[in-house]
Design a binder for this molecule. Structure first.
Ligand SMILES: [Zn+2]
Length: 355
């Protein structure tokens, strides 16, 4: 145009990325500046529990004008006191026996020691000046029901709650539930029929989230979280996340359609559900799972290798935005091919009207 620039429309966009083994300040700078140039405004970055690595990455993010969300898995731990781990319906502690995969060593969310450990860890990271948000992940129970697309991978049919993956039946949880409701959950043949028991466990997660959130807010920092889609359709039923009751500042639902054997339009349906449940309390950034090796997608057996191909990106972004999302988040920027970036950049530079 002859006179001045056309105002650019651009929707907010984020990425989730974990730190690799060969990361240096130089590789971070190369990655973050590239992602920023492709339209990412912020990064949810997983450097585990390593405070110094978060510090290094947060500085690079800031130098590139990006918001930094320190992404830290919450309930998964290997080396804590064996008495504070979650216990399944068969009486097995997650410390000794795990559902699905060996890293599923989930802590019990009802233990004071677990709260103390987590708030101290998240607090240390929140104290880093360049950290804008701490980002909860795995702040939940073990998946008592797995996403439909994962059944074949683990050789399971999960039409009902799966006792091996149904937590927490530790002495403290069973006894606290009895005190609160008068119900002895161990007397049930089918505990999944007890609505109070499901609610009790959702409340344990909500209380833990809100206690840590209060502590982070007291430090002048914000909290975001990766959550299951829903909350009602999946998150509450699968992992006890009643996330509309959380007091955090931003939500990143993992709207990974391929995990649920759904197409990209489905992302719009679950986005609308979450936005409606929050009723304006906090923004929702719709999490999109990217298929890196997309030209071979049909021959990849593992559904965790599936995800959006370039031609589906626009539909997923549009469905998110037209159903009230504040923006989108990519899992992961490293999985994005040039073809993905091309369709993504087109999609994030359009204006959308929320229905
Ligand atoms: Zn417990």
């Amino acid at each position: 145009m002859a006179c001045g620039k056309t105002p650019q429309t651009k929707i907010p966009a984020y990425g989730w990325q974990g730190e690799g083994g060969n990361t240096t300040e130089q590789t971070l700078q190369a990655d973050f500046s590239k992602w920023k140039s492709h339209g990412l405004d912020g990064i949810c970055y997983n450097a585990g529990h390593d405070v110094e690595k978060h510090q290094r990455a947060a500085k690079v993010a800031k130098a590139n004008g990006m918001e930094y969300h320190a992404w830290i898995p919450a309930m998964l731990h290997g080396g804590m006191d064996s008495t504070i781990y979650a216990v399944n319906r068969l009486g097995q502690s997650a410390y000794h026996t795990q559902a699905y995969v060996s890293y599923y060593k989930f802590l019990c969310p009802n233990r004071e020691e677990v709260y103390q450990f987590l708030t101290s860890l998240y607090g240390k990271v929140a104290d880093i000046p360049e950290v804008d948000y701490v980002h909860f992940d795995y702040i939940r129970f073990v998946d008592v029901i797995l996403a439909r697309g994962l059944w074949d991978k683990y050789g399971l049919v999960m039409n009902e709650e799966y006792p091996v993956a149904d937590y927490c039946y530790c002495d403290k949880c069973v006894s606290d539930f009895k005190t609160a409701t008068g119900i002895d959950i161990k007397s049930f043949d089918d505990p999944s029929s007890c609505a109070e028991w499901a609610q009790f466990r959702c409340d344990l997660i909500t209380r833990l989230v809100n206690r840590i959130t209060d502590d982070i807010h007291a430090k002048g920092k914000k909290v975001s979280a990766a959550v299951f889609p829903g909350p009602d359709s999946y998150a509450k039923k699968m992992v006890r996340q009643e996330w509309n009751k959380w007091n955090i500042d931003a939500y990143f639902p993992m709207n990974y359609n391929d995990f649920y054997l759904e197409g990209p339009e489905w992302v719009g349906r679950v986005t609308k559900e979450g936005v409606t449940a929050l009723n304006g309390k906090a923004p929702v950034y719709s999490g999109l799972f990217i298929c890196h090796d997309w030209q071979n997608k049909s021959s990849i057996e593992d559904p965790e290798g599936h995800g959006l191909i370039p031609s589906e990106i626009e539909t997923a972004v549009r469905a998110s935005m037209e159903n009230g999302a504040a923006g989108v988040c990519l899992f992961t920027p490293h999985s994005m091919t040039d073809d993905h970036w091309a369709t993504f950049e087109k999609a994030i530079h359009q204006s959308y009207v929320s229905n």
